[in-house]
Design a protein around this ligand. Structure first.
Ligand code: MG
Length: 417
């Protein structure tokens, strides 16, 4: 005869089809890295300037910040398959030399991971980090590759348990995240102001301009935008790492006269003391961090209060490091405003998942020229896709990252993979 306690024991089995998804060990079967290429009408950061040309590999050196950019959007998308038939998706930077990341994944990472239980993403991240650290590979392309792996493993774990990644990270605090419009890719300041006003009419109240392509100088650009957008708009300046600390202090103080919101990347990426000096000398927050991949790069900058706003980039950090950086920022009373960049939408979804769990997340960058067109490259794993409209991101509701590649993305894969 059955009693009540037998029924209680039987219930969970019935609800999961007789399987506890974590009780049956799964194993990583295969990693497959894809390079995805997407044409764009206008190069990133706007049309070519005097003296800028496209080289034989399709790259432009932007004179304003001496940095290399591709003329198409590119990304490295990673697929991890398990023996039980689950698939996790990750993504990292692929805008330059994407083959370098793929080689790291194929030669170093895949043989180490094949056969391993995928259900401990943070532990695996630490183990992969250890593989190369004493050779000095604790950043750069190696950590980009690890970011893709990490995102795919969190996606797998979420799918296996049937929950979004935000649940795995401790729970979703925000279902919507305020978005700021980043980049105004038009050739003249008049056109850039008009472009920003179009977004304002669609319900966006926060903007960031790139000083590197402000032909009349950053202060004139700021003044024109303030004039066109009014006093209630929030306007930030990306200074693109161009200045010494004293130059940056003078410039930011000039921009403050037009009610600047924040000053991004005032000094060279390596100049920890310079950024701290600027942060102490000006009346608005310094924002930085898109180029730093691990807590080991963040910690010394937080220790000297080199920023008031942290901008971690999921495509470089992966979820494990992003979550640790977010916690470290909160412990240091620094706001988190994640960076957004060229990608197909996989690491963007990961960024929204992780950002949604952070109490200190106050906004997320919105790269309209990338996010909106690329929504067609992914589809939701649940009933709601991610979106950005009327000044805020809406998060997807499905398991894992909440999005996965659609046919259109697989059609954009170039080369072997
Ligand atoms: Mg930037």
């Amino acid at each position: 005869m059955r009693n009540a306690s037998d029924d209680r024991r039987a219930e969970p089995q019935a609800s999961t089809g007789g399987l506890n998804p974590m009780r049956n060990a799964d194993r990583i079967e295969k990693l497959t890295a894809h390079i995805v290429e997407i044409p764009r009408d206008t190069p990133y950061l706007g049309p070519l300037r005097d003296g800028e040309q496209v080289n034989r590999r399709g790259y432009i050196v932007r004179r304003g910040n001496r940095t290399l950019y591709p003329t198409t959007d590119r990304s490295v998308v990673l697929r991890i398959d398990t023996e039980s038939g689950l698939t996790g998706w990750g993504e990292t930077y692929g805008i330059v030399a994407p083959e370098a990341v793929r080689a790291i994944l194929d030669d170093i990472v895949a043989p180490v991971l094949e056969g391993r239980d995928p259900s401990a993403p943070s532990v695996i991240h630490e183990d992969l980090y250890d593989l190369m650290r004493v050779r000095g590979y604790f950043g750069g392309f190696y950590l980009d590759a690890l970011a893709a792996v990490d995102i795919a493993l969190w996606d797998l774990l979420g799918k296996r348990l049937g929950v979004p990644v935000s649940t795995l990270l401790g729970g979703r605090r925000h279902d919507r995240i305020p978005a700021y419009v980043s980049g105004l890719p038009r050739a003249t300041v008049e056109d850039r102001v008009a472009f920003a006003r179009d977004w304002q009419a669609q319900g966006f109240d926060s903007f960031k301009f790139a000083a590197v392509v402000a032909d009349g100088g950053a202060e004139a650009e700021m003044a024109a935008l303030r004039d066109g957008l009014g006093l209630r708009a929030r306007i930030a300046a990306d200074l693109h790492w161009r200045h010494t600390a004293p130059e940056a202090v003078r410039l930011v103080r000039a921009l403050e006269r037009h009610a600047l919101w924040f000053a991004e990347a005032p000094c060279a990426p390596e100049d920890v003391a310079g950024a701290a000096e600027v942060a102490r000398a000006v009346g608005v927050p310094v924002a930085l961090g898109e180029e730093y991949r691990t807590i080991h790069e963040w910690q010394p900058r937080l220790a000297v209060r080199a920023m008031g706003i942290a901008q971690p980039e999921m495509g470089r950090t992966g979820i494990t490091q992003f979550a640790r950086i977010g916690a470290l920022c909160q412990a240091n009373h620094v706001a988190v405003m994640p960076h957004a960049t060229i990608g197909v939408g996989i690491f963007m979804a990961a960024s929204l998942q992780a950002a949604s769990t952070l109490q200190g997340c106050v906004a997320h960058e919105y790269q309209h020229s990338i996010f909106d067109p690329n929504l067609a490259l992914t589809r939701p794993t649940g009933t709601r896709h991610m979106a950005c409209a009327a000044g805020e991101y809406v998060l997807p509701d499905g398991p894992g990252l909440g999005v996965e590649p659609a046919e259109a993305m697989l059609a954009a894969v170039v080369g072997p993979g």
